[in-house]
Design a protein around this ligand. Structure first.
Ligand SMILES: NC(=O)c1ccc[n+]([C@@H]2O[C@H](COP(=O)([O-])OP(=O)(O)OC[C@H]3O[C@@H](n4cnc5c(N)ncnc54)[C@H](OP(=O)(O)O)[C@@H]3O)[C@@H](O)[C@H]2O)c1
Length: 294
């Protein structure tokens, strides 16, 4: 018997929300029943309507009013709004996938702790830089007894970053540093973000520099390759462009993510890496819901 897809809603119809909607259309396990914004004339809401989706500009109040229509919400607004959104949805028993860098929610990087998804109703997807770097730093942390310092520099093309992202850059830095530190156990962590106005827009990339004890290049490269291969299973455009091990013990890894070009051109891998993670997490709930109906 064919199972029903999980009914989902998207809160925030900006760059992330719109790219996510296009990706959800391809999912066999998810059905978007509502796209929620706060401004009827926003490009994202108009586009969703044109694509045939139900929309509302009533924000969280409208979402609560229509809570019987969905099971899971993706929050693609901004970090300052997220906590209030979760406060309103939690008593209704909804699952929330938080794509903002608010500190609320259990941090998930699907290739590392994806098994923990079903134990939590509020999932934090950290940040685009976090999703790109955490699998690598986590893999390398297994090779060294201690890591004194990790620095992660994320470069995203300015035209791929909406106002919501720009409003919460401090929170982006904070949650990215927390995630790198949690998943690597490094003593000191620094996250830096560059919204590049260069033309043509640069592809989304992350440069990871790590101080370690003396490192064996072959072991390091094998660990990085293995971690990347796990991410590629759900983010096809994820690839390692450099992996260098210096005699001083410094390790440098560069990652690029080529997007599928769903909403923005393929340089916008920042949209793809977090939205692919969001869909993977939501599909786990969908599979569980389907199994419990059998
Ligand atoms: N772009 C990226 O590369 C990226 C990657 C990973 C994560 N993120 C995170 O995703 C979030 C969205 O980023 P974005 O680049 O998509 O920004 P965006 O284009 O400005 O999208 C945010 C959307 O949410 C709407 N919104 C804000 N507060 C709302 C509320 N309380 N109720 C309903 N709608 C609300 C905004 O409406 P208005 O138009 O009325 O302001 C806007 O349409 C940010 O937290 C960002 O840090 C972004």
């Amino acid at each position: 018997m064919k199972s029903q897809p999980l009914r989902v809603a998207i809160l925030g119809a900006g760059y992330i929300g719109t790219d996510l909607l296009i990706k959800i259309q391809r999912s066999l396990h998810l059905q978007c029943v509502l796209v929620v914004g706060r401004n009827q004339v926003s490009a994202g809401l108009r586009r969703a309507l044109k694509m045939g989706y139900s929309i509302t500009d009533g924000g969280i109040a409208a979402l609560v009013d229509q809570s019987h229509t969905f099971d899971l919400v993706f929050d693609a607004t901004d970090a300052h709004s997220h906590q209030e959104h979760w406060n309103q949805l939690k008593p209704l028993g909804k699952v929330m996938i938080n794509l903002t860098p608010s500190r609320s929610g259990h941090m998930i990087a699907p290739s590392i702790n994806g098994d923990e998804i079903l134990n939590h109703a509020n999932i934090s997807l950290i940040s685009c830089g976090g999703q790109a770097s955490v699998p690598i730093v986590n893999a390398l942390s297994g090779l060294f007894p201690s890591i004194p310092y990790i620095e992660v520099v994320t470069t995203a093309a300015s035209p791929s970053v909406g106002r919501g992202t720009r409003l919460n850059l401090d929170e982006y830095i904070e949650i990215t540093e927390i995630a790198i530190s949690t998943f690597s156990k490094a003593s000191q962590v620094k996250a830096i973000v560059n919204l590049s106005p260069a033309k043509p827009p640069p592809i989304f990339r992350v440069a990871i520099s790590m101080m370690t004890d003396e490192a064996d290049p072959t072991t390091v490269k094998a660990a990085v390759r293995k971690a990347a291969a796990q991410v590629v299973t759900f983010v096809p455009g994820y690839h390692i462009t450099a992996c260098e091990v210096f005699k001083s013990g410094q390790v440098f890894v560069a990652v690029e993510v080529q997007g599928r070009g769903d909403y923005l051109p393929s340089y916008a891998g920042n949209l793809d890496i977090i939205n692919a993670a969001a869909i993977m997490v939501a599909e786990r709930y969908a599979t569980r819901a389907a199994a419990s109906c059998q």
